[in-house]
Design a protein around this ligand. Structure first.
Ligand code: ZN
Length: 342
């Protein structure tokens, strides 16, 4: 967020104006806000962290502050509620908001879940079903680990048309990681898989049998416990590929099979899907159509924005990103005046 925006956010917040603006705005703008989180993690020292820092959306203190703010000024609902509202069986509350998490990291259970319960805020967690209950980190975090922790070396990733020179400068490695992750999101799915295998081979890292404490997926027991207690689960595909890089059969498997697995495990309908990565190039019209055909009621993208009741795309809902470097004022400003502060 630019410094002018940060300053304006701080000033409005200091004057106590943000909730007032939010209240006034909701009278004239009918919209649904969906917050997008990944992980809630407390870090004593960033440099000791071996995975992708950008996946941490907030510390536990900040998250609790945010959920308290949400509960006070908004009406948190779920996608289940949204289905009921759309069918005319429930009324849309003023200032509706949905809290969502992507991927299915175990801190959603150990850190976020107790705070959500304490603040009485429901949430939706989108999970990539193949990872749940396993020891493998999500592929993008595994790539981060390999790039950040490998010895100094030259890595030739011909399948991604990239050569990376890893040295002792952690910031340089973070930049290389960004470049590599970007490339992995653009190339065909089979090349992405091959590239990760080459990276494992060249760095000498093998997928561990033990969980990494800093990057572990949820277990099905945790998912079931949360599902029985105000947390809704949606699909985030089976293996977290980039949908626009899949052929029709692969796409169908990712969308349909993840829904079946969730419904078998939780004995509840899985009504909502979040496209992996979710930027405007990460999914295409085929995905929207297939989500509808497979029986989902809604899908969310990761495109930044809010959803007007007058015209919103049921299968490409926009979300507001929560990032760990946002201050509390910036968070409040993003919700109160999203078009300016998101
Ligand atoms: Zn994801």
């Amino acid at each position: 967020m630019g410094s002018k925006k940060a300053f304006a956010g701080r000033a409005l917040s200091a004057l106590g104006l943000l909730p007032v603006i939010a209240g006034l705005r909701s009278r004239y703008v009918s919209e649904l806000m969906i917050l997008a989180y990944h992980r809630i993690v407390d870090l004593a020292d960033d440099t000791e962290y071996k995975f992708d820092l950008d996946l941490i959306s907030a510390s536990s203190d900040d998250f609790e502050w945010q959920m308290t703010f949400v509960k006070k000024h908004y009406n948190p609902i779920t996608f289940f509620d949204l289905v009921e509202i759309t069918a005319g069986r429930m009324q849309m509350p003023p200032r509706p908001l949905i809290v969502t998490f992507d991927d299915g990291f175990d801190d959603n259970y150990t850190v976020a879940f107790p705070i959500l319960k304490k603040c009485n805020v429901p949430a939706t967690i989108f999970i990539s079903t193949d990872y749940i209950g396993g020891t493998k980190p999500f592929w993008f975090d595994w790539v981060a680990y390999m790039i950040l922790c490998a010895d100094n070396m030259m890595i030739d990733l011909h399948s991604a048309d990239l050569v990376l020179e890893l040295n002792s400068d952690r910031n340089q490695r973070k930049l290389l990681l960004k470049t590599l992750l970007q490339r992995l999101k653009e190339i065909p799915n089979s090349s992405r898989i091959t590239t990760i295998e080459i990276l494992e081979h060249q760095t000498g890292f093998v997928k561990n049998k033990e969980k990494f404490s800093q990057s572990a997926p949820l277990t099905w027991e945790q998912v079931k416990e949360m599902s029985a207690s105000n947390i809704e689960f949606g699909s985030h595909s089976v293996t977290h590929p980039i949908f626009s890089n899949l052929d029709d059969d692969e796409l169908y498997y990712e969308i349909e099979h993840s829904k079946n697995v969730l419904e078998d495990q939780l004995a509840k309908p899985c009504q909502v899907l979040a496209y992996p990565v979710g930027g405007k190039n990460a999914f295409d019209k085929r995905a929207l159509k297939m989500a509808e055909q497979c029986g989902y009621e809604f899908s969310t993208s990761y495109v930044n924005g809010t959803n007007s009741f007058v015209c919103y795309e049921k299968y490409a809902l926009k979300r507001l990103h929560v990032e760990r470097y946002q201050s509390r004022e910036e968070f409040a400003a993003m919700l109160s005046l999203p078009s300016i502060f998101m």
